[in-house]
Design a protein around this ligand. Sequence first.
Ligand SMILES: Nc1nc(=O)c2c([nH]1)NC[C@@H]1CN(c3ccc(C(=O)N[C@@H](CCC(=O)O)C(=O)O)cc3)C=[N+]21
Length: 287
Amino acid sequence: MVSRGEIIDGKGMAAEIRLELKEKTETLVQQGVRPGLAVVLVGEDSASQTYVRGKIKACNEVGVYSELIQLPEDTSEKALLARIDQLNQDQSIHGILVQLPLPAQISPDRVIAAIDPEKDVDGFHPIQAGRLLTGLDAYLPCTPHGILRMLKRSGIALEGKHAVVVGRSNIVGKPVSLLLQRENATVTMCHSRTRELSSYTRQADILVAAVGRYHMIGAEHVKEGAVVIDVGMNRSPEGKLAGDVDFEAVRPLVSHITPVPGGVGPMTIAMLLYNTVQSAQRVASLT
Ligand SMILES: Nc1nc(=O)c2c([nH]1)NC[C@@H]1CN(c3ccc(C(=O)N[C@@H](CCC(=O)O)C(=O)O)cc3)C=[N+]21
């Protein structure tokens, strides 16, 4: 394979997907169902506020109804669970997203479990995670789903390839490894306690970095001609948004690489809308 450092344009692909979803949404509206997403934000975290704004903006663009529910930092778990129950009952809402992380007095596990699994457009509920694990139809977690879409749209074949995933979170590492296996890749999982990390990552045809540490992956971690997917959302010492991969050092060695910003992030939001439209489609087909 020729190494050419091609940048995978997540931002552009996400815009294309939003256009497709806009058409689907218009059809659903004609059938009497406007897809609706509730985004719940507890507290004042400034990064969370930025991400949530991006989600609402994308809803507006696609024609999806959105409701932003902002609750104070000192909201009790009980109050949040009661609000989720209202949203579970609300016919105008097809997707519920509770922005993570939550303040310390609230258990994210209990909150996720309280969301109606049919409205869990994040794909975080144990029912959805179990469906994915066992190969049933499920809402796919947005970041892993976005990664698979980017690989497909870039024409990257996965069958028989060695994919190495660095990071084992429920949100990214674990589900992306399942999706890659489903596409017949051979998957190796690495994490913070892995010894000799580069001895694994250097074997990767597809390297997924989902650690959350600035410049964790450098030139010494990649094989020539590899495909590198950067899931990191960190701040550089200069305060700029940056991934887990040292982009400038790695790009010349690899065949494809995703940038931060403009890579995985916009695709995550596009897949959130995709799941919300799917949820509305399910409701429309029942009526
Ligand atoms: N329940 C829940 N679901 C989530 O999906 C979820 C969450 N909680 N908590 C936080 C993380 C983070 N996340 C991002 C999504 C898009 C961008 C994104 O679009 N980033 C732009 C840049 C945005 C900027 O300029 O700051 C980019 O990469 O180009 C970033 C981060 C979703 N998350």
